[in-house]
Every structure is written in structure tokens, then in C-alpha cells.
Write a protein that binds this ligand. Sequence first.
Ligand code: CP
Ligand code: NVA
Length: 312
Amino acid sequence: MVDLKGRSFLTLKDFTKEEIEYLLDLAGTLKANKKKGITGNSLKGKNIALIFEKPSTRTRCSFTIGCIDEGGHPEYLGKDDIQLGHKESIEDTARVLGRMFDGIEFRGFKQEYVEKLAKYSGVPVWNGLTDDYHPTQILADFLTLKEQFGKVEGLKFVYVGDGRNNMANSLMIGSAKMGVHFTILAPKDLWPEQGLVELCEGYAKESGATITVSDDIHAVEGADALYTDVWCSMGEEDKAAERIALLKPYQVNKELVKLTKKDSTVVMHCLPAVKGNEITEEVFEDNAEVIFDEAENRMHTIKAVMVATLGE
Ligand code: CP
Ligand code: NVA
């Protein structure tokens, strides 16, 4: 019996396959209920802080709506609204918020910050994206894969683009835990850290997953899903020229999709997308249904994380 009460959600490294499956199943149930007009009371009387150092559409709205649907109260704390990062340390901010709020979401730069928030606040803390990881996005991606293929285990999943960003890291961890055959297709300069690859290879041994890192575009052959993300993550905008030069051969376009040699391959994107860079408008529109299912699933999966860790 999985029990996640009181747990923080900082990286998928901390979660077992069984626990991730539990969150996906709970999200599926919450989604089906919401479609029938049924919402819950699981977060009644709970106050939830939403700290955003970086901007957000999907994550912010998902935490806000997920919380309100379950009877809780969300409070948005933007980077210029609070003392954090200006006058006050993360440790002190954590101890103050922990006295007032029942749960805290954090989106920002340093993974160390979200970890310190969890350590010092004493309440569940959820990672809404850091430079290193974006774990709630992976739950939405896997729920979408389950809806498309009926399963995630055994699928061939190829991530194309900046192979060392938060999405590549988190997809690799999630895939390794869940038994997905995962490939990062990226130029060598943008390969993930070797230490993380080795950690994921360890998870993969247990789950039956395989982890491949390649710079050969033919690695997409046989892919059930191709996945891409922006070439410059938030905070890296000054690297645009360098990234475009490195990543142009790895654009997800018709030619790359053809190299899968499959008609059934779906193309996914966490959004926001820069069309003309990592994905062409044509491929994006061909796959818009799946991509916007993914966006919607952010809300159901984030709600599941809050309900599982904080709900009554
Ligand atoms: N995918 C995602 O995290 O989107 P936002 O940056 O809009 O939250
Ligand atoms: N890698 C992207 C993901 C956005 C959801 C970024 O960090 O900006």
C-alpha cells in the first residue's frame, strides 16, 4: 500500500516505480472525476504557497486550479513579492512559510533552494521546475503516454535537443524507473552529466529500461514517442546563437519524424515551444492533440501530487 502523506516531491530519484504508478493512477481517477464534474475536498482548510522565481503558465495554473478544485487556498508569491532573493535567506523564508502554509510549491533556479525549503519548512514542498529537474512535468508526460499507448513500460522514447537540461534529466530518471527504453539524441556538447547517466543505468537494471545517449539522428528509428523542449531554457537566453548552431541538425521536422520508420510515432513537447527552432510548425500542428493533452494533464497530475502528499 503506497502512502505518500507528508512527503515532498523534489525529484523522481526519491520515488519508486510503484509510487510513480500510484500518482499516475490517482491522476487518472481525478481527471475522470473532473470530466464528470466531480471535484473533491481533500485540501479543505489547507493553505498552499506558490513561489515563482521564473515565469510559468501551465505549472502556475495547474497548482492554482488543482488546489481550488480540492477545496484549498493557493497564494501566488512572485519573485518581486517576497523577501526571498532580496533580503532574506532561503532557510528563514522556509521557516516562516512553514509556520503559515500547509504545502509549498517552488519554481526557480537552484535545486538546492527547493531542497532547503523542504528541509527547513517542515511541510511538503513540490518542485515546480529548477535548472536541474522538472519532475511534475514527467508525470503529465507519462499519463499522456498511458492514454496514447495504454502503458509506459517497454515503449521506445526519444528525447531530442538540449540533452542536459531539466527536462532531459527528469525524463531520463522517470524512464529509467518506469522501464521505458529511453534515448537522448543531442550533440556531444549537450549530453547529460555522466554521473546522472550512471545513476539512471542503475535504476534501469532493476526496471528493464535501457538508456542510450547518441548524437546520430538515426537513433530515432522505431520510436513510439519523440519529445523535444526549447533549445534555451529559462535563464539561458543569452546562449541562443550558440544553441541554434549546435542544435539545428536536431530539429524535430518531417524528415526526422520519417526516420522513425513508423506511422504511429507521437511527438510531444512540454511547452512553451519555439516553433522554427526545436520543432517545425507543421510537426507541432500534426501532433497538437497530444501536446495539448500533455498540457491539460499537468493539472490532473499536479493535483494528484498535492492530494497524495497533503490531502485528507
Ligand atoms: N511546461 C511547463 O512547465 O510550462 P510553464 O513554464 O508554462 O509552467
Ligand atoms: N527546459 C525548459 C522547460 C520549460 C517548461 C526551461 O527550463 O525553460
